[in-house]
Design a protein around this ligand. Structure first.
Ligand SMILES: *Cc1c(COP(=O)(O)O)cnc(C)c1O
Length: 369
């Protein structure tokens, strides 16, 4: 706290040791390999830092959406296999091959484009196991497997893996889980019948890795869990973010004072109001206005009025001991009673993923190893 008190601006602290610890915790739940999914700037925690911390904890692979998301990992010198699974069929697959990136293949367009522009690429065929979103539809799977086998036979690609993704894994026992697992097992049989021998078959993300051993296969693709988010609510993972900001001003106001745009909040009693230099442009969800709390001097204080673009008013209470410059904790791991990103997500009627990936580039970031 004393160090933070000296910092004149809002700081987002990132506890990379927490990431490493989370990977160890998750690894204890599966015998399979662990792919650290570091999309969206490592869920807003810093892609390269999170990748390194995850590797330190035992992750042996890295996963991203686009080829562009893979570039900084190679530029940083990370040598683990990287899988990129979300590209249009006219993406720069030649560049991907140069960077030694494995590619997800959801259909024939991608297969043919990769086979012709990036020969030798290792691909993972994607089967839709219930998302209705990405991956080949079951009706097209057999054809995709046979075309991939033919391209492999011609030495143009190598089918390294088969992948699926579950839509309801955060609800253990949901019937879509068994359906998805069955469809994936079927997809694997079809692939083998077509002559493919994928060494990797992977279906589970964080939730299924923690709750559904039947979904484990040879590898898990873990994103949210790296940064302490367990949607299944079954395992204690460690949040890695702490956001603090100094009190810029403090004012004493009489009862009846209205605050902020739209005057949605009015002081019921004389009180002291603090101003912090963080708003929705920094990633604080405006929808949390009227519900959110922050942590000041060892106590929860409510946000007063609407969260603005750049600033937020906090009701410090009439007897506050806080002074200008004191640090306000917006969220942290929750150890001392400060709000967590999970609570901010509840206040904003969303999920933690959206809170952590929505924190803006304007925030000063400090990673601790
Ligand atoms: C984001 C993503 C993951 C990681 O999911 P988490 O629930 O965050 O662990 C895994 N696989 C695919 C295809 C994804 O898009």
């Amino acid at each position: 706290m004393s160090v933070l008190a000296l910092l004149p601006q809002a700081i987002l602290r990132i506890d990379l040791a927490a990431v490493t610890a989370n990977v160890r915790t998750i690894k204890a739940h599966t015998a399979g390999e662990l792919m650290a999914v570091v999309k969206a700037d490592g869920f807003g925690h810093g892609q390269v830092d999170v990748a390194r911390a995850a590797v330190a904890g035992g992750a042996t692979r890295l996963g991203v959406t686009s080829i562009d998301e893979a570039r900084p990992l190679r530029a940083a010198g990370l040598t683990q296999p990287i899988l990129s699974w979300l590209n249009p069929p006219d993406a720069d697959f030649t560049a991907a091959a140069r960077l030694d990136i494995e590619l997800g293949v959801p259909g024939l367009d991608h297969l043919h484009a990769i086979a012709s522009t990036a020969p030798g690429t290792r691909v993972h065929l994607q089967l839709d196991t219930g998302m209705g979103r990405d991956g080949a539809e079951p009706a097209h799977w057999d054809q995709l497997c046979h075309a991939a086998r033919q391209a492999e036979h011609q030495g143009r690609i190598r089918v390294a893996g088969i992948m699926g993704h579950l839509p309801c894994a955060d609800r253990p026992g949901h019937p879509a889980n068994a359906r998805g697992r069955d469809r994936f097992a079927w997809g694997l049989r079809v692939a083998r019948a077509a002559g493919l021998r994928p060494a990797d078959h992977h279906l589970a993300a964080t939730a299924a890795t923690l709750t559904d051993p039947l979904a484990h296969h040879t590898m898990s693709r873990v994103g949210a869990g790296l940064v302490g988010i367990d949607e299944s609510g079954t395992v204690r993972l460690r949040p890695a973010l702490t956001l603090t900001a100094p009190l810029v001003t403090i004012r004493s106001v009489p009862a009846g004072t209205a605050v902020g745009y739209g005057h949605t909040w009015t002081a019921r009693r004389a009180t002291r109001l603090g101003l912090i230099p963080l708003g929705y442009a920094d990633g604080l969800p405006r929808l949390a206005s009227g519900r959110a709390e922050v942590w000041v001097g060892g106590a929860r204080c409510p946000v007063a009025g609407r969260i603005s673009m750049d600033m937020t008013v906090v009701d410090l209470g009439p007897g506050t001991a806080a002074s200008v410059g004191d640090p306000v904790t917006v969220f942290g791991p929750g150890d001392d009673g400060e709000p967590t990103t999970a609570q901010w997500a509840a206040w904003a009627e969303t999920l933690e993923h959206e809170i952590v990936t929505g924190l803006s580039a304007r925030l000063h970031r400090r990673s601790t190893p």
